[in-house]
Design a protein around this ligand. Structure first.
Ligand code: KG4
Ligand code: ZN
Length: 353
């Protein structure tokens, strides 16, 4: 079965094609980062409008790059939530109309399941049970995956997502958007011990994240050390600001690893997955790889193109249901607050920056 996957949950318009064996033939992403950069965050109305313009073109080119024609597609998988409702609606409505016109089966995919499943795209034999740390601009959580298509949330952030914290701190310092990659590039030049960031306390030391306190800590450190916001995003930050950036990155990574270590010890998985846009972070990759080696776990950190929002992960997640003969065409709708494993998906304020 040739599967076409479609993803429009936030600010990336994406389409991907899988061959009969589930291998990725093509994966195309049209990013809107430049459109939203002047606003310092995603503007929902702009995102939805752009999906409407980009989707037909992105789908057509994904199929072309796969070396196929639209007539050869056998099944469709589309993200139906969680995400921005306007963005989700464009993808769901477009794909439903297409499925109906062509008489193809269609399944709705949970975006978070897509992120977890990205760990198996290039390493299909990664053993179960697995533990997946999903860190992006919209979500930060740890999932236990006892077997394919089963997800149990073991920890989540109580406030900001990790990527959101990177973006907000960068904005506070006057650095360009999105802040994660910029902070990651600057941090190796600073001293990660220069500024203290306390450990995050949770009840009984149970795994769980919280990053909004670090935002406040950055603001307080700026005031105390007399660090002024940059006048323009092009300005070179002074050494003391680079020390603050390094200390902040170090603290975020330390917290992510602390919760992951705790979850490994209680859940006893055989493998570890790190995915989501923040999985691009150099320090986090290094520390998670160390942790996996220490605990003797198989490790999957997907290539960056499968860490950030993409449709290959959506097609991969939807494929088993399509192979079973499921078809959600009649009842599929966008659901901005869709849950995974019966747990409420984390909602953040990032969408309204
Ligand atoms: O998964 P993604 O593309 O979109 C969401 O679903 O949110 O993740 C984007 C997030 C942004 O917050 C961005 O700042 C962050 O990932 N990010 C990073 C790095 N590269 C991207 N954060 C830390 N270090 C990086 N190298
Ligand atoms: Zn995502």
């Amino acid at each position: 079965m040739i599967v076409l996957g479609i993803e429009t949950s936030c600010d990336e318009t994406a389409a991907a094609v899988l061959d009969g064996g589930g291998r990725v033939l093509s994966s195309l992403v049209s990013s809107q980062v430049k459109l939203h950069a002047p606003y310092g965050g995603v503007v929902p109305e702009i995102a939805a409008r752009h999906h409407l313009e980009a989707l037909p073109w992105v789908v057509e080119n994904a199929v072309k790059q796969a070396g196929l024609t639209m007539q050869q597609v056998d099944g469709l998988a589309v993200t139906c939530g969680p995400g921005l409702v306007g963005s989700l609606l464009v993808g769901v409505a477009w794909t439903r109309a297409y499925a109906w016109a062509r008489g193809l089966p269609l399944v709705g995919v949970n975006h978070l399941e897509g992120h977890v499943v990205s760990g198996w795209i290039d390493t299909p034999l990664l053993p179960f049970p697995a533990l997946a740390l999903i860190v992006s601009g919209g979500h930060t959580a740890l999932w236990r995956v006892p077997q394919p298509e089963q997800y149990v949330q073991v920890a989540r952030t109580r406030d900001d997502a990790a990527g959101e914290a990177f973006d907000k701190v960068a904005k506070m310092l006057g650095l360009p958007y999105p802040g994660g990659p910029v902070i990651d590039r600057l941090a190796p030049n600073g001293n990660p011990q220069a500024f203290p960031f306390g450990e995050i306390k949770t009840k009984n030391g149970a795994p769980g994240f919280s990053f909004s306190g670090y935002k406040t800590a950055v603001r307080q450190h700026m005031e105390k050390a007399g660090i002024a916001r940059l006048q323009s995003p092009e300005e070179t930050p002074p050494p003391v600001m680079i020390d603050l950036i390094a200390s902040f990155r170090y603290a975020v990574v330390r917290e992510l690893c602390r919760s992951t270590r705790h979850a490994i010890d209680t859940e006893r998985p055989r493998s570890l997955v790190l995915a989501g846009g923040v999985a691009a972070n150099q320090l986090l990759r290094l520390e998670i790889a160390k942790l996996a080696a220490e605990r003797g776990l198989a490790l999957s950190i997907p290539p960056f193109k499968y860490c950030t929002d993409n449709a290959a992960m959506i097609a991969t997640a939807g494929r088993p249901a399509l192979l079973r003969g499921e078809n959600h065409l009649a009842q599929l709708d966008a659901n901005a607050g869709l849950t995974l494993g019966g747990v409420e998906a984390q909602r953040t304020s990032r969408r309204h920056l």
